[in-house]
Ligand binder design. Structure first.
Ligand code: HEC
Ligand code: HEC
Ligand code: HEC
Ligand code: HEC
Ligand code: HEC
Length: 388
């Protein structure tokens, strides 16, 4: 009896140690800059309580009536209780607990992804169970598996040098943290009940010279990586994308302009290895305004969008069984858009490339059209060409 009791106490302590370890606030003390960026990112704000678009789609989703919040595997992997209920086939609806309110995806949700299992429906993250060990990447350390705090003293102990972290062990050997594969458990694809791929990242080439998921979406920016061994730069954790700091991605979208006999042409080169926008709710748009003599002429905007649905009509993702139309700019594509408009010498052609988070029809269907923040045009890149 005593032994069982002891084992129980140890088990509780072990669970507590893991649960306590998992909270991102614990990381804030030594990684304050990274924590602040993460706090504003869509990874932290990925639950129905923190992302109004996710909530609006969930509220209409048939799985809500069935009380199966299967979105949790990607949107709130921190909610272990809910994941357990899903596994046991019990009713599993999100409750306003810390995991859902504070951080759907935490620091530890990512830094303990050991590998990715490939499945047709959606890939699966295989998590490491090694206590207090985090995966990371660092050039020149690719073979170091068990990096712990190390204090070396020299000159009879007058100088001490510390390396490693006092809080956790670091494993630098996981390739997924170098090539971006660790993103692909959640970001690769998702099939609905009709075996239709609702979302797909359609990676055109994985080894692009332009970079991978990590180097493009987590660029190196000013500020120390931790407070103990100061560094000049750190890897950005706001995750550049449609919802946060899209301008940091503008350099991967090139705009060119050429005149021809009929008028002119605008070329948009998408240097991303995936379609310019991925989520079926997004609409990319090219807007051209000509400043001529004393007036501005606004040309008809061109939109780029992947529409999914049934019987050639757009529908909600869970109903869709086919692609209705797809004009989204593909990975590495150079899209040419022609304009039948004769320009005059001295005209200024203003070209804006940007996007809407939600198409007009989706925002109406989801009852989000009153939220101006979600329905505005977001500028990704602007160029002005002068006609000579
Ligand atoms: C396999 C992982 C996965 C599952 C399961 C999943 N999602 Fe997502 N979801 C993602 C990823 C990754 C993104 C971000 C991709 C992007 O923006 O292109 C996302 C984005 C979204 C967005 C857009 C959010 C925004 O702010 O614009 C909505 C809405 C959404 N998901 C709804 C759902 C719903 C509802 C479910 C469950 C029925 C679900 N998802 C299940 C991975 C998943
Ligand atoms: C969506 C996944 C994800 C989340 C969430 C995440 N990280 Fe990271 N983190 C990465 C990846 C990928 C890298 C780059 C490869 C590497 O160095 O591990 C990285 C790098 C780092 C680095 C090294 C940075 C550098 O400049 O060398 C630290 C430290 C770090 N993360 C801490 C954190 C902390 C603390 C949090 C939470 C506040 C967090 N991460 C949340 C994926 C994530
Ligand atoms: C008590 C301070 C402390 C706490 C708390 C802490 N770390 Fe660290 N961490 C460090 C230090 C110091 C380093 C740098 C080690 C080095 O340079 O050798 C580091 C390094 C890292 C790295 C590897 C960076 C790289 O690529 O070399 C990651 C990832 C990381 N921490 C994530 C986290 C996460 C996630 C948490 C919260 C669960 C956390 N840390 C909590 C001190 C801390
Ligand atoms: C545990 C699952 C998971 C992992 C791992 C993950 N993501 Fe995400 N990511 C999501 C979900 C879910 C969202 C959408 C959250 C929302 O808005 O509701 C998202 C959103 C994003 C966005 C914002 C999209 C937008 O429209 O603004 C970017 C960019 C992104 N992820 C990049 C990455 C990269 C790069 C990695 C790998 C370093 C990664 N993610 C790893 C689940 C994940
Ligand atoms: C060469 C740079 C580059 C690479 C490599 C890259 N991306 Fe992107 N990504 C972009 C650009 C540019 C955009 C569009 C601008 C925006 O969303 O603001 C984008 C957009 C996104 C979005 C938001 C799309 C939406 O519809 O909301 C997600 C999510 C994303 N990328 C994930 C990934 C993942 C996962 C990988 C790795 C397979 C990856 N990216 C590789 C440049 C890149």
């Amino acid at each position: 009896m005593k032994r069982i009791f002891l084992i129980l106490i140890f088990a509780i302590l072990a669970v507590d140690a893991i649960a306590g370890f998992g909270e991102s606030k614990k990381c804030q003390k030594c990684h304050p800059i990274i924590y602040d960026e993460f706090y504003a990112s869509s990874h932290r704000k990925s639950s129905i309580y923190t992302d109004p678009i996710h909530k609006a789609v969930w509220d209409k989703h048939p799985l809500k009536k069935q009380e199966k919040y299967t979105c949790a595997v990607c949107h709130t992997p921190t909610d272990k209780e809910l994941l357990q209920k899903l596994k046991e086939g019990k009713p599993a609806l999100p409750q306003p607990n810390d995991a859902q309110l504070e951080e759907g995806i935490s620091c530890v949700s990512c830094h303990t992804i050991e590998s990715i299992e490939v499945h047709a429906k959606a890939n699966k993250n295989i998590m490491s169970t090694k206590p207090k060990t985090l995966f990371s990447a660092r050039e020149g350390h690719e073979n170091e598996k068990d990096v712990k705090l190390k204090v070396t003293s020299s000159f009879f102990g007058m100088f001490t040098q510390k390396s490693g972290s006092p809080y956790h062990t670091i494993d630098y050997t996981n390739k997924g943290f170098y090539n971006g594969d660790m993103c692909m458990g959640c970001h690769s694809h998702k099939e609905n009940a009709h075996k239709f791929e609702v979302c797909t990242t359609q990676v055109a080439e994985t080894n692009s010279t332009k970079g991978n998921c990590i180097s493009c979406h987590m660029p190196s920016v000013q500020g120390t990586m931790n407070t103990i061994h100061k560094t000049e730069k750190h890897i950005y954790h706001g995750f550049t994308g449609a919802s946060n700091s899209p301008k940091l991605l503008a350099s991967y979208v090139k705009i060119a302009f050429t005149q021809n006999a009929k008028g002119f042409e605008v070329d948009i080169k998408n240097e991303a290895t995936h379609p310019l926008f991925l989520h079926p709710l997004r609409v990319a748009q090219l807007q051209v305004t000509i400043e001529t003599k004393d007036k501005n002429i606004i040309l008809k905007p061109t939109t780029f969008k992947r529409v999914i649905g049934t019987n050639n009509k757009a529908s909600m993702p869970w109903l869709a069984d086919s692609i209705v139309s797809d004009t989204q700019i593909k990975g590495n594509e150079n899209r040419k858009v022609a304009f039948d408009y004769k320009l005059q010498k001295g005209d200024k052609v203003e070209v804006k490339m940007g996007f809407y988070l939600l198409s007009e029809s989706a925002s109406k269907k989801l009852g989000l059209d009153s939220n101006k923040e979600l329905s505005k045009f977001v500028l990704l890149k602007k160029e002005i060409f002068t006609v000579e």
